[in-house]
Design a protein around this ligand. Structure first.
Ligand SMILES: Cc1cc2nc3c(=O)[nH]c(=O)nc-3n(C[C@H](O)[C@H](O)[C@H](O)COP(=O)(O)OP(=O)(O)OC[C@H]3O[C@@H](n4cnc5c(N)ncnc54)[C@H](O)[C@@H]3O)c2cc1C
Length: 385
């Protein structure tokens, strides 16, 4: 067991920290207030190779691995939880699935565009009546000569209204049940595809949208893998996008801790800094310890992926479950520490508070992570298959 972070990884983490300090943190509250999607920053991150960590050089990536991506993602999320979403739309939920299941031609055509952020991606699983129960989705892809015809609707899709490409999950054969689900890489500029943005509580500089498919004809080479591979691809992908959620939760929790520490040192009441009150010290101690525990689980899940264990559902769920709980608790503790100044929209803690709860919803809710872990431990269904 070696907990030492290599010099190379530390350098990448520090560089991402500096990037967030300079390019994200000074603007994050304004972007959030204006619901502004900082496309130019996402593109810079693409140029810096942040989305290429899990992709080999032959497809434009850096190949530096999952732990590297995790550390970079954590630092970006410390600056803005909204910008963190790009790790999933440009890599873990899109390019990585293409790398794992696509033909050489598909890899060459789409992966470099996504990880460089020359093209914006999204992945569309959720539908109005299919959230946690992924396979109950209704969108269909009917074969018609050299095309598939997409019909149906998705909802809550991050970046959809800005996206050039989407990973879309749709049934090619409804009668076959889950075995009839397929995955497609879809050009979002295809006639018959439209989007509508949704308003939401937090993560407001990451647009989230509905997508409507109305007889949208996509070429047959948009199919990823074979017809019927959809279940394998979607669950394999969720186990990677979950890692970025865990890392994002850790980064946002760290931002909460830093805000609370700063306030405790600067604010005086009863003629002393409020950090001298032991009840505030207890909050800080709990936050710091919980964050470190979540970070270690997250780094371990990433490290296992670097050892080739991309099916590490158990460890990834444990990391995501813990990070989701820790970030919401830290946001609440930071709010209590800053009190009225936490509640004010003039300070980022209000944004952290609104953003934190998302980590208990996306990429499988907290209940779903508990179901995965609980059924594994009880011998009902093995998580790592
Ligand atoms: C801001 C935002 C961004 C998103 N981005 C994307 C995206 O890019 N792509 C995408 O495809 N989706 C995206 N989603 C959708 C997200 O993945 C779903 O919201 C999530 O999977 C939960 O589905 P649901 O909201 O429909 O809840 P439901 O599935 O309806 O669940 C409702 C409640 O029941 C619980 N529950 C459900 N089933 C079980 C069970 N078997 N056991 C115990 N409890 C259960 C849930 O935990 C929850 O508490 C996004 C959502 C949000 C809010």
């Amino acid at each position: 067991m070696d907990f030492k972070i290599t010099e190379e990884l530390q350098f990448m983490k520090d560089s991402a920290h500096d990037f967030a300090e300079k390019e994200i943190i000074p603007f994050a509250d304004k972007w959030d207030e204006e619901h502004h999607f900082p496309l130019e920053v996402v593109k810079k991150m693409g140029e810096l190779g942040y989305f290429g960590c899990t992709i080999p050089e032959e497809y434009g990536g850096t190949g530096c691995g999952y732990l590297a991506l995790t550390m970079i993602c954590e630092e970006i999320s410390r600056g803005s939880s909204s910008v963190r979403v790009a790790f999933n739309t440009q890599n873990l939920g899109t390019a990585l699935s293409i790398l794992r299941h696509g033909t050489d031609e598909q890899k060459k055509r789409w992966i470099p565009e996504l990880i460089s952020a020359r093209k914006i991606g999204c992945f569309a699983i959720t539908e109005p009546n299919a959230g946690s129960d992924v396979v109950s989705l209704k969108t269909t892809a009917r074969k018609d000569g050299d095309h598939y015809v997409l019909n149906g609707g998705k909802t809550w899709i991050s970046f959809a209204s800005k996206a050039d490409l989407a990973m879309v999950y749709a049934y090619t054969n409804r009668e076959a049940g889950a075995k009839g689900l397929s995955a497609f890489v879809v050009d979002m500029h295809t006639p018959g595809i439209s989007t509508r943005d949704l308003d939401k509580l937090g993560t407001r500089s990451s647009p989230t949208s509905e997508i409507a498919f109305e007889d949208a004809r996509i070429p047959k080479d948009a199919l990823l893998g074979k017809e019927g591979d959809g279940v394998k691809i979607v669950f394999g992908s969720l186990n990677q996008t979950r890692l970025s959620c865990a890392a994002g939760g850790v980064g946002l929790a760290q931002a909460c801790l830093e805000a609370a520490v700063k306030y405790c040192q600067e604010r005086s009441q009863f003629e002393k800094p409020v950090g001298e009150f032991q009840m505030n010290q207890a909050l800080i101690a709990e936050m710091a310890t919980d964050i470190e525990a979540a970070r270690l689980l997250t780094y371990r899940a990433a490290w296992l992926k670097d050892q080739g264990q991309l099916n590490n559902v158990l460890e990834t769920s444990m990391a995501k479950l813990t990070a989701g709980r820790v970030v919401t608790e830290c946001a609440e503790k930071a709010m209590r520490t800053l009190s009225a100044y936490g509640y004010s929209t003039e300070y980022p803690v209000a944004r952290y508070f609104r953003d934190a709860i998302l980590y208990q919803i996306v990429e499988g809710t907290t209940n779903i992570q508990k179901m995965i872990i609980g059924t594994d431990q009880l011998g009902i269904r093995k998580a790592n298959r």
